[in-house]
Design a protein around this ligand. Structure first.
Ligand SMILES: *Cc1c(COP(=O)(O)O)cnc(C)c1O
Length: 694
């Protein structure tokens, strides 16, 4: 498996220390020139680095995680504002207008400009990313150049006619040209498009561009052109070399460094005030304030100490990948939605079926990803699932395919959900509740599950005349469209004929059927485009075939879900020794068994172990052994050297060149992938989802 977030985390700590340098000028009392280089040239890579990390993260998620990223950023910013409030008040505070400007554009304390710049920058960068890479980078570069004119090159550029006036307006709102829209978008996009690159060329490029930035900074300083010193011509170049190097020198994920760097960033202004105050109180201003190195060291140590202490008392949760977990390939999900759309008539929209918690993939996560890919309609099994989607920020149409009792009409209205009318009696009960409710009518065309019989025109007319039913759609369900055998094909044709006849009949009787839909996954894959408003895709969206069908694989759909667990321990058995409940396993030869941290309690079929089930370990196939336990199982790893506790085993998904499909697992147990997958979701928080689009 590929590491998830390579390399970047370790550099966060030096970057945070560089920010502390900017605000403490460590070398000021040693050499002003060296201090200028350290704090006004070298340290200027720190903030662009943080922007690039954000850009990289957002681009990996296809920019679909922008909403939650911004929410988190706003919350962190608000916490930081509160944290710094005493310092603001100590400094005399601001007037109301000034507060608004500080809060929205400039940051309420000198280091907090980062947050409003990040928020605005992400919005701009996301918009620009839609233009494609060359256009996005070109526009962001122009913005950067405009900013540069108000920053390091102000002395030169402000001589141009009109420039001074323009920049005065920028400064009035943003304070500095780097705040606001000129600075962040370029670095966010450079991060988004950053690729790993190692080797001498990248290293030489980084060194040369840093040298160029040094020369540029020193020249600008000598010329006296700098109004501020955050932006250089060579800075984007320098970052474009540095970032790929950091990506390439993969040292893996380090969440602790992430937290510590944020704490250092947020807390160091407090340390500066406390060190100064403390030094004055104890008569130590000589070594702790006047001596710049002493000052820097004191501030850094205090910040680091407090950060470590706060980090130690933070609430801790189990890591999602500690035991057994699902991984989603969101790129595959988007790809599948695109493939299915290409099978639809132009006016027909995809309705994503995310019932049973998104076929076990996590309903909200799937729906949000698809919403980002332009899907506007969703279907769920029940009221609770509909509410959960709305809570997760899913907009558009949400159709409940199952039964909801009429007493729940207030909730249907409160969450703007559309209810399926299961039959005439259900429609009457919903109507009699006395409040208007949006519904789609289910027509039974031959499945005999839900729906008003399609040929019962009188019942349909009665439903259309009920004044509280807002009938916005009419649909049916095909029950044999997955099969190519002639009887099934004929049955499907009869269902289609019956459905369209009923719809036509409604129209001629003066009733508006609204949005019509009849295809589910196999209807989409096996039938020509239908003249409907929606097509409801479930299993095919997840890239999996149900039963014996192979249409999803033939259409090039890609599986979305992988299921993994850890090796807990490894045991050696001598010939004749037994293992497991009921001595289900007996070693015929020298055997090595690995115990995995997953079992039937996590949704796996219990009989899988005895039906030839297997897992992948180190890219090799290993058979399950004995009987499956509730939350553990045995695999035979004899002949596979180097298996250790903590190793990741793949139960569904790819590892190296090998793959185990959900179809394979379910076939072994005489079931279909739909059942297997939906059970992985049911009330099972132990098997946590990990969002992973790599
Ligand atoms: C589950 C369901 C679907 C989705 O079926 P797939 O075969 O998974 O695409 C569509 N419509 C109705 C009414 C359903 O119950």
């Amino acid at each position: 498996m590929k590491p998830r977030y390579p390399a970047l985390d370790w550099f966060r700590l030096p970057a945070a220390v560089l920010v502390v340098c900017i605000h403490t000028s460590p070398l000021a009392s040693v050499s002003p020139l060296w201090d200028f280089w350290l704090t006004r040239v070298l340290a200027r890579v720190a903030v662009p680095f943080f922007f690039m990390v954000s850009g990289c993260f957002l681009a990996r998620g296809g920019w679909n995680n922008t909403g939650s990223f911004l929410k988190k950023t706003v919350l962190t910013y608000l916490a930081a504002v509160l944290l710094c409030l005493p310092l603001n008040l100590y400094n005399g505070g601001y007037g109301p207008l000034e507060w608004a400007k500080k809060l929205l554009a400039q940051g309420t304390l000198y280091h907090l400009w980062y947050f409003p710049a990040l928020i605005l920058g992400v919005l701009i960068a996301r918009g620009l990313a839609r233009l494609g890479r060359p256009g996005a980078l070109a526009i962001a570069s122009v913005l950067y150049l405009i900013g540069l004119g108000g920053d390091s090159y102000y002395g030169l550029v402000s001589r141009l006619p009109g420039a001074a006036l323009f920049y005065q307006a920028v400064f009035a709102l943003f304070g500095y040209a780097r705040n606001g829209l000129f600075y962040a978008p370029l670095f966010l996009l450079l991060g988004a498009y950053g690729k790993r690159r190692a080797g001498k060329a990248a290293l030489a490029g980084a060194a040369c561009s840093l040298a160029a930035m040094t020369a540029e900074g020193l020249a600008l300083r000598a010329l006296g052109w700098q109004r501020h010193d955050s932006m250089y011509l060579a800075l984007p170049l320098c970052m474009a070399f540095l970032f790929p190097l950091l990506l390439a020198s993969n040292r893996g994920e380090n969440r602790r460094f992430r937290r510590l760097s944020l704490l250092i960033y947020l807390l160091h202004p407090w340390s500066i005030v406390l060190v100064r105050g403390g030094a004055r109180a104890w008569g130590l201003t000589g070594p702790l304030v006047d001596n710049s190195l002493g000052h820097f060291a004191a501030v850094l140590l205090l910040t680091l100490g407090v950060s470590l202490a706060l980090d130690a008392v933070r609430p801790i949760r189990p890591a999602p990948t500690a035991r057994a977990w699902k991984e989603l390939d969101l790129d595959a999900l988007r790809h599948n939605a695109e493939v299915l759309r290409s099978h639809l008539a132009p006016v027909c929209e995809l309705m994503a079926v995310v019932k049973a918690d998104g076929y076990g993939h996590g309903g909200a996560r799937v729906a949000r990803c698809l919403q980002g890919a332009g899907v506007r309609a969703f279907a769920v099994a029940c009221l609770q699932e509909g509410i959960a989607l709305r809570r997760a920020g899913v907009r558009g149409e949400i159709l409940i395919l199952g039964y909801t009792p009429a007493e729940e009409v207030p909730l249907l209205r409160r969450w703007r959900l559309t209810q399926t009318v299961a039959d005439e009696a259900h429609g009457r009960a919903l109507n009699d509740f006395g409040k208007p409710v949006r519904v789609h009518l289910a027509l039974d065309t031959g499945m005999r599950r839900l729906g008003v019989p399609a040929e019962d025109a009188a019942a349909l007319a009665r439903l259309f005349q009920m004044k509280n039913l807002r009938i916005e759609g009419v649909f049916s369900h095909l029950c044999a469209s997955d099969s190519p055998d002639p009887v099934s094909v004929e049955y499907t044709q009869a269902q289609l004929t019956l459905f369209y006849a009923a719809v036509d009949n409604l129209r001629t009787s003066g009733f508006d059927p609204g949005s019509t839909h009849i295809q589910a996954s196999y209807g989409i894959l096996n039938l020509p485009p239908q003249p409907c408003a929606y097509a409801r895709a479930g299993i095919a969206l997840y890239g999996v075939d149900s039963g014996a069908a192979t249409a999803a694989a033939e259409a090039g759909l890609r599986p979305v879900l992988s299921l993994r667990a850890r090796v807990v321990c490894v045991r050696r058995l001598r010939p004749g020794e037994c293992a497991d409940y009921g001595l289900a396993f007996q070693a015929e030869r020298e055997t090595v068994l690995a115990v995995l941290s997953i079992g039937y309690g996590d949704g796996l079929p219990r009989e899988l172990a005895e039906q030839g089930g297997r897992v992948l370990l180190h890219g090799r196939s290993c058979p399950m052994a004995g009987r499956m336990c509730m939350d553990q199982l045995f695999v035979d790893v004899t002949g596979l050297p180097g298996v250790r506790p903590g190793d990741v085993a793949t139960v569904i998904g790819r590892d190296g060149g090998e793959r185990i499909s959900a179809e394979e697992v379910s076939r072994r147990c005489g079931s279909i992938a739909n059942e297997l997958l939906s059970r992985l979701g049911r009330g099972n928080d132990r098997c946590q989802g990990v969002e992973d689009a790599i």
